[in-house]
Design a protein around this ligand. Sequence first.
Ligand SMILES: Nc1nc2c(c(=O)[nH]1)N[C@@H](CN(C=O)c1ccc(C(=O)N[C@@H](CCC(=O)O)C(=O)O)cc1)CN2
Ligand SMILES: NCC(=O)N[C@@H]1O[C@H](COP(=O)([O-])[O-])[C@@H](O)[C@H]1O
Length: 207
Amino acid sequence: MANDTLPTIVVLISGSGSNLQALIDATQNGQLKANIIGVISNRQKAYGLERARQAGIPTESVSLKRFKDEGKTREDFDDAVALLIAEKYRPDLVVLAGWMHILSPRFLAHFPRDNVMNLHPALPGQFDGAHAIDRAFEAFQQGQIKETGIMVHKVIADVDRGQVILQQPVPILESDTLATLEDRIHTAEHQIIVRGAQAFLDELTAA
Ligand SMILES: Nc1nc2c(c(=O)[nH]1)N[C@@H](CN(C=O)c1ccc(C(=O)N[C@@H](CCC(=O)O)C(=O)O)cc1)CN2
Ligand SMILES: NCC(=O)N[C@@H]1O[C@H](COP(=O)([O-])[O-])[C@@H](O)[C@H]1O
């Protein structure tokens, strides 16, 4: 039973939603003192939507392709997603948990409290953007790096360059395959996203 006095979170996803599941579990076991009041995906078949439904959380799916098929732009899509969040849900915190879409300044203008957080599977300034784990593994194989990492950060227009909330190194072993490195990173992500969301909420609600 949701507690009406707790801070609220809306989570944006594009895929499996294992980090969404970590957030859901944490709200249920008391690690994260908040209510997830909505989950939005830009991919209708994202399994994370099923995870939300199983947890009784309202879900929305907004397709960029449908907007483009209707002759609309990325900015129109961003506006629609932003208004959905800011006017229908009005959360204390927006979490991008595998949201694979670069948000325009027009989206961010709807969130003047700068209360949007992203989870990224790399250290600050290392592998900004998509496919970060693949790129880190390739750099390791070429002897360019000895470790990688993960972070949660505030979202600004400049992709993955917002203020870091939490970061954590993740070792890469000589015996690693891409799959074993991904597993190690995802396990670490499921913890940092919870700690990062709580830390950010503490900052936002103290302000
Ligand atoms: N303005 C911002 N938008 C987003 C940020 C951010 O920090 N500022 N974080 C990203 C998350 N992300 C990495 O953490 C990321 C996701 C996706 C992409 C990307 O290149 N997306 C392509 C589409 C790729 C696809 O559909 O597979 C695109 O948007 O055209 C880069 C970085 C979320 N957004
Ligand atoms: N640039 C953003 C990015 O790469 N995000 C990554 O997408 C995955 C989502 O997994 P999930 O759907 O199982 O939570 C996570 O590894 C997250 O770090």
